[in-house]
Design a protein around this ligand. Structure first.
Ligand code: OOG
Ligand code: MG
Length: 257
């Protein structure tokens, strides 16, 4: 019998090595099949702590059918957003720092008050929102070909890399976010489209889901935090020199180069 020598600490080291060495690795569960979801979230928290950047919010992953079908996983997850992931609009993404980046458009909430589960409903979730904006998330799995199981991607902080927020902010309640549309283009060419309803039927459902999921681990969404509600469309490969735009009905246009 072989005894697994994997631990939370070892998983963190392996993921850090893949990230800093810009080399994708095989899924941790290939070597550590016993990695369960609760332990994977411990890896995620330890990984983000090891990177040392301040937490400024939460990202949801795999909240839309487009994303779930592409990744072959039908359960949403959460990860942490840190200060160093936020990129100013207009500043080029340092693609050389990443392994195989992909871009996806998202609807983003910024919280005016703390939001703690359990029992958060979409309505109570929206009552905590100060502003809504559009965003483009750059994801970059530390796993080869973005191939992973749910515990793998949870451990890898949901493939987090960078994100940009649009400069239009709207108060919730002034928009029907289920009907808010987004057109994604690469170098001006149409790539994909979706409305806010693609995310769990409505982005408010995703926000409530995040608050309730964090509550299971004794955590809450804090005032001032950003919440990325999940890719509306499938993510598209981000190649140096390309310009990706996400044009929203009321939330403006977000550009990444
Ligand atoms: C996992 C990250 C998912 C989203 O918005 O669905 C995510 C992945 O697709 O690699 O950020
Ligand atoms: Mg995302």
């Amino acid at each position: 019998m072989t005894v697994s020598t994997w631990t939370v600490e070892r998983a963190v080291e392996e993921l850090r090595a893949a990230e800093t060495g810009r080399t994708a690795r095989r899924p941790i569960t290939d070597d550590w099949p016993e990695l369960d979801l609760a332990t994977a979230y411990q890896v995620q928290t330890a990984l983000v702590a090891a990177r040392g950047a301040r937490v400024i919010g939460v990202k949801l992953g795999l909240t839309s059918r487009a994303k779930q079908q592409r990744m072959g996983i039908d359960a949403p997850l959460t990860g942490w957003l840190t200060e160093d992931m936020a990129v100013e609009a207009g500043i080029p993404i340092p693609a050389g720092e990443l392994i195989h980046p992909r871009v996806e458009p998202e609807i983003v909430f910024t919280l005016g008050t703390r939001l703690a589960g359990p029992g958060v409903t979409p309505a109570t979730a929206m009552a905590a929102v100060r502003t809504v904006s559009a965003g483009l998330e750059v994801i970059d799995s530390r796993y080869r070909d973005f191939r992973f199981t749910l515990p793998d991607v949870v451990a890898d902080n949901a493939s987090s890399a960078r994100f940009v927020l649009g400069d239009v902010t709207r108060e919730p309640g002034t928009l029907d976010l289920g009907l808010e549309a987004c057109v994604l283009r690469v170098d001006g060419e149409f790539a994909d489209t979706a409305t806010g309803a693609a995310v769990q039927g409505h982005p408010a459902n995703a926000l409530a889901l995040a608050a309730n999921a964090l509550a299971e681990r004794g955590l809450a969404l804090e005032e001032g935090w950003h919440v990325l509600t999940g890719g509306l469309t499938d993510a598209i490969p981000f190649r140096p020199g390309h310009t990706v735009t996400a044009e929203f009905t009321h939330l403006g246009t977000v550009t990444l180069r």
